[in-house]
Design a protein. Structure first.
Length: 225
């Protein structure tokens, strides 16, 4: 059976010659870079794993469903949290098969790229993924396209000014391209983003001018009353 171990478990142990009933948790963890980058749920899963590691000589069965039951996640899966902890090297997997080791390391590296990505980038990439007809949860798509698309998504966000505007740009450009029966990719959308931004700013200026004129008309009407 494959096992999971907590790296640097000795930091949390105050003795190792008998059954542990408690472990050390230092305030300095607040300044630990790896710990601070974890999601809130991953932090609690990690604390539960320390408990399991202390009770099992740091040989936790590599069975996420079993682990979730032992640390009482109330039926919530912990796959994402485990991938994040493995990717951050706070955990390690002890494999009995070198080939499986390579395969699983590749999977962890892919999941790390996805889970550690900036949330705005992930939001834009997922929106684009759904636009192309794939499900948001499609891991095969992530493996093939996420690294490339994340670069274009960041470029689009930086140029448009926010994830919300980047998504609006995607929707507008895709609509225009579909009407013309042209194919498109996220790179294509980035190339057309300048035209979209110019039109967007122009429309905003027109709307702002309309609101100013309306306000002036209302003030004039009050003065004449």
């Amino acid at each position: 059976m494959d096992y999971i171990k907590v790296n640097n478990l000795h930091k949390y142990q105050h003795y190792s010659d008998r059954n542990m009933i408690w472990f050390k948790w230092h305030i300095d963890c607040l300044y630990d870079y790896k710990f601070s980058k974890l999601t809130n749920s991953a932090k609690w899963v990690f604390i539960g794993l320390i408990c399991l590691a202390c009770k099992s000589q740091n040989r936790i069965p590599n069975d996420y469903a079993w682990i979730a039951k032992q640390i009482s996640t109330y039926g919530e899966p912990i796959d994402d949290e485990m991938c994040l902890l493995l990717a951050s090297k706070m955990l390690a997997t002890c494999y009995q098969n070198a080939r499986l080791d390579k395969i699983r390391e590749d999977k962890i590296r892919i999941d790390k790229n996805i889970l550690l990505a900036d949330t705005p980038i992930l939001t834009v990439v997922n929106h684009y993924k759904v636009k192309t007809g794939y499900k948001k949860e499609d891991k095969a798509w992530d493996k093939a396209h996420f690294p490339r698309c994340s670069k274009s998504a960041k470029t689009l966000i930086d140029f448009c000014g926010s994830p919300t505007l980047a998504i609006a740009c995607i929707d507008s450009v895709v609509s225009d391209m579909d009407k013309k029966k042209l194919t498109w990719t996220l790179e294509t959308i980035v190339k057309h983003s300048a035209d979209w931004k110019r039109d967007y700013q122009k429309n905003n200026e027109t709307e702002l001018k309309r609101q100013i004129d309306l306000k002036k008309a209302e003030e004039f009407a009050r003065e004449m009353a």
